[in-house]
Design a protein around this ligand. Structure first.
Ligand SMILES: [Zn+2]
Ligand SMILES: [Zn+2]
Length: 111
């Protein structure tokens, strides 16, 4: 993990990680919260970016939806079942996103 100081107080964390699902090495941009190849994420945040969740389960991408002109990926944690949305990153595999967009989302039960 590298840390970059931008200004006096704000610390942007840049974390490279190895995807636990497809095994590819992912270069962190500071905002990366999922694998751009297979789109799997990890349950590490209670709130986006805080890295405070103790679960650390793999989060499976179930579908995508467009909100206010931006695509979001809908995830469910394989370990604890928690559901959440993540923003799509410009580096993401658009073939995967297009494939996911073919799945109609069942949003009831989303907390
Ligand atoms: Zn992956
Ligand atoms: Zn979880």
């Amino acid at each position: 993990m590298r840390q970059i100081m931008t200004g006096k107080k704000f610390i942007r964390k840049i974390e490279d990680f190895t995807c636990e699902f497809c095994g590819k090495k992912v270069k962190g941009s500071g905002y990366t919260d999922h694998c751009p190849y297979c789109l799997f994420s990890k349950h590490v945040d209670l709130f986006p970016g805080d890295r405070k969740a103790k679960c650390k389960g793999l989060m499976e991408p179930l579908g995508v939806m467009k909100q206010k002109g931006k695509w979001r990926i809908y995830y469910r944690c394989l370990k604890c079942g928690r559901k959440r949305f993540n923003k799509v990153d410009s580096k993401d595999n658009w073939k995967m996103i297009t494939a996911l967009s073919a799945n109609p989302l069942k949003l009831h039960g989303l907390n």
